[in-house]
Ligand binder design. Structure first.
Ligand code: DAK
Length: 258
C-alpha cells in the first residue's frame, strides 16, 4: 500500500497513515487503503490496533481539502459515506483501537481519533473541527462523536467556532486520556496495548461490545446486554484458566483467545 504501513508484533498491530507531504490528510486513496488494512487484520491473532500518523508533526490534518474543493452535492454525500463507513468499521471493530495522536488531529483527523476506543496524544497535538471555517460541516461523524465524547456545549463551541485546542485542553475536556512528550507517545501506546493484549481477548472484546452497544440503549436493556456477555465468558477456556490460577495462587498461563 502507498499510504498505509501495518506492523504486527506480539498480538498488537500498529497502523501508520503515511502521507507526510500533505500532513497525512485523508484523500480517497488513503481512505480506501485504510479500509483495506482494517479488513485485512487477522483477528485470531491481533488483539489491539494502534493507529498513528507518520512524522512528528501530524496525526491526520483532515480530509483532503484539494480533493473536496470541487465536489458536487452528490459527490460530497458519497465522500462522507466512504469516510463514515470506514470510521464506523473502526469503531465497531471487535478489538480495542488506540489512537496515538502525534500532532495535528483536525477535521477528519479528529474524527478518525474519535472513532477509536482510546485516545492518547503527544504534547504538540492540536485538535479541532475547522470545517465551518471552510464552508462545510464535518462529514465523518464529527458532529455526532464529539457531542457524545465531550459535553454537548463544548462540542458545539468547537464546531461553531472552528477554533483548535491544544493537548492540555483536550485532556481537560476528556477528549484524550493522557498526554506524553512526543518521544514517549508510541512507547506509551504500545505499553497500554500490551497490557490490554495480555488480558483475556474474549472478555476484552465483550467489554467493548457491551460499552458501545449499551451506551445506545436504556439502562434496563444495557445491563441485560452485559449479563449475556458475562455469561458467554463462562464457556471460554481463558475464564477457566484465569480463575483456576487465581485460586491456586499461580500466574495464569498466557490467554489463548479461546
Ligand atoms: N488537505 C490537503 N492538504 C493539506 C491538508 C488538508 N487537510 N492539511 C495540510 N495539507 C498540506 C498543505 O496544503 C501543504 O501542502 P504543500 O503546500 O506543501 O503542497 C502541506 O500539507 C503542509 O501544510 P502547511 O504548509 O499548511 O503546514 P503548516 O505547518 O503551515 O500548517 C496546518 C499546518 C495543519 C495548521 C495547516 O496545514 C492546515 O490548516 N491544514 C488544514 C487543516 C484543516 O482545515 N483540516 C480540516 C479539513 S476539513 C465531508 C466529509 C469530510 C469532511 C467534511 C465534510 N462531507 C462529505 C460532508 C472533513 C473535512 C475536513 O477534514
Amino acid at each position: 500500500m502507498a499510504f498505509i504501513q501495518m506492523e504486527v508484533q506480539d498480538h498488537v498491530a500498529v497502523l501508520t497513515i503515511d502521507r507526510p507531504k500533505a500532513l497525512n490528510a485523508l484523500n480517497s486513496e488513503v481512505l480506501s487503503e485504510l479500509e483495506q488494512a482494517v479488513d485485512g487484520l487477522d483477528l485470531e491473532n491481533v488483539r489491539v490496533l494502534v493507529i498513528t500518523g507518520s512524522g512528528e508533526k501530524s496525526f491526520v490534518a483532515g480530509a483532503d481539502i484539494g480533493e473536496m474543493s470541487t465536489l458536487t452535492k452528490a459527490e460530497g454525500e458519497a465522500f462522507g459515506k466512504k469516510g463514515n463507513d470506514i470510521f464506523r468499521k473502526i469503531e465497531t471493530l471487535p478489538i480495542p483501537v488506540i489512537a496515538a495522536v502525534n500532532g495535528f488531529a483536525l477535521g477528519g483527523g479528529n474524527e478518525l481519533a474519535m472513532s477509536c476506543d482510546i485516545r492518547i496524544c503527544s504534547e504538540n497535538a492540536v485538535f479541532g473541527q475547522p470545517e465551518t471555517g471552510l464552508g462545510i460541516t464535518p462529514g465523518f461523524g464529527g458532529t455526532q462523536r464529539l457531542a457524545r465524547l465531550v459535553s454537548p456545549g463544548y462540542a458545539k463551541q468547537l464546531l461553531y467556532s472552528a477554533k483548535n485546542i491544544k493537548a492540555p485542553e483536550a485532556l481537560r475536556i476528556g477528549l484524550v486520556n493522557a498526554v506524553y512528550p512526543a518521544e514517549e507517545l508510541m512507547p506509551a501506546a504500545l505499553k497500554l496495548a500490551a497490557a490490554i493484549a495480555a488480558n483475556a481477548p474474549i472478555a476484552v472484546r465483550a467489554c467493548k461490545q457491551a460499552v458501545n452497544q449499551g451506551l445506545e440503549q436504556p439502562m434496563d436493556e444495557a445491563i441485560v446486554l452485559e449479563e449475556k456477555r458475562f455469561g458467554d465468558c463462562f464457556e471460554t477456556a481463558d475464564q477457566a484458566e484465569g480463575m483456576r490460577a487465581f485460586l491456586a495462587k499461580e500466574k495464569h498461563a498466557p490467554y489463548q483467545n479461546r
